[in-house]
Design a protein around this ligand. Structure first.
Ligand code: BJW
Ligand code: ZN
Length: 254
């Protein structure tokens, strides 16, 4: 089923438009990754204070690791969906398309996006609390919890918990791209977690056309010029079909 798309948005679907794609958990929902908030949200079942804070990890590292190991196993069994694949098509079509995600699942990369600004880290990264070394570890399930570094120190998940700073370079690049873009997509995020949630407003303040793609209106809706209500795995491929029409008509004109 198609959703109505404005003529303004269609006019922006040309290669020279500078695009930012900003995603949250909703873009992975159709792959089977649970979202955090709202219907079927993880936080309805678990308390955030018990799982996604440095204090929670200090109090019970094994419990926190069990949760992350469960999520690593889940993500290793599933595949990117049509929404992730459509983002790859965006990158191919637009001369400038910056992908910013709050997701830690790595599904944008697995779909084929090379450069992703990961604001909340990566489920597949581990960091040593003793020597500080970070590395990728694709093992699932982990043989012992909490896992240890070669130096003997305890490893932690390479994600950003509440109260922790975002990776500075990735966030600076995200803000920079957001300030420069013409078209900003906010996709599958509740836009409730800061500072990432500032991005749709920054885009709007700098004159971008802001489009929300979500199954329901989020906090970002206030900043949006246009809201496309529906699943990202259906709406984004619809936009890709428009890009193909645009591509075909520009070839005809040559
Ligand atoms: C679909 C769909 C489909 C479904 N198609 N759509 C007051 C008190 C305490 C702290 C604060 C405070 N005010 C501000 C703060 C700071 C705090 C914060 O923002 N808290 C708010 C919750 C109030 N932020 C931080 O602490 C951040 N750091 C920071 O600010 O540093 C400075 C600082 C330093 C020291 C002290 C204080 C500040 C860090 C935030 C880190 C967030 N980490 C997590 C966990 C990451 C690791 C992991 O995954 O385990 O990141 S929390 C969780 O939320 C995760 C997500 O990336 C993030 C955002 O969630 P997202 O992606 O938006 O998902 P949902 O579930 O919320 O929404 C899904 C959406 O999809 C919904 O809208 C659905 O409708 C939609 N949907 N299916 C399209 N098919
Ligand atoms: Zn170490």
């Amino acid at each position: 089923m198609s959703v109505p798309v404005s003529s303004k948005l269609r006019s922006l679907l040309v290669p020279s438009t500078r695009v930012v794609v900003f995603t949250g958990a909703g873009v992975s929902a159709e792959s089977g990754v649970p979202v955090f908030r709202g219907r079927n949200g993880i936080w309805n079942e678990f308390r955030v204070e018990e799982l996604a804070t440095p204090a929670a990890f200090a109090a019970d590292p094994r419990k926190v690791w069990e949760w992350y190991d469960w999520r690593r196993q889940l993500v290793s069994r599933i595949e990117p969906n049509a929404g992730h694949r459509a983002v790859v098509e965006f990158e191919r079509f637009f001369h400038s398309c910056v992908v910013i995600t709050q997701n830690v699942d790595g599904l944008h990369n697995r779909a084929g996006t090379q450069q992703v600004l990961k604001l909340h880290g990566d489920l597949w990264e581990v960091r040593c609390l003793s020597c500080g070394l970070s590395r990728t570890d694709l093992t699932s399930a982990l043989p012992s919890l909490p896992p240890s570094c070669d130096c003997g120190g305890m490893l932690r998940p390479g994600v950003v918990w509440f109260g922790e700073n975002l990776p500075l370079l990735a966030f600076e690049r995200a803000v920079d791209a957001t300030e420069r873009c013409d078209l900003f997509f906010s996709i599958g995020t509740s836009a409730e977690v800061y500072p990432a949630a500032h991005l749709p407003g920054i885009a709007r303040q700098h004159g971008a056309y802001v489009v929300e793609v979500n199954v329901e209106r989020s906090a970002a809706a206030e900043m949006a010029d246009e809201i496309l209500l529906g699943k990202s795995g259906e709406i984004l491929p619809q936009l890709v079909r428009y890009l193909r029409v645009e591509e075909a008509s520009s070839v005809e004109e040559m």
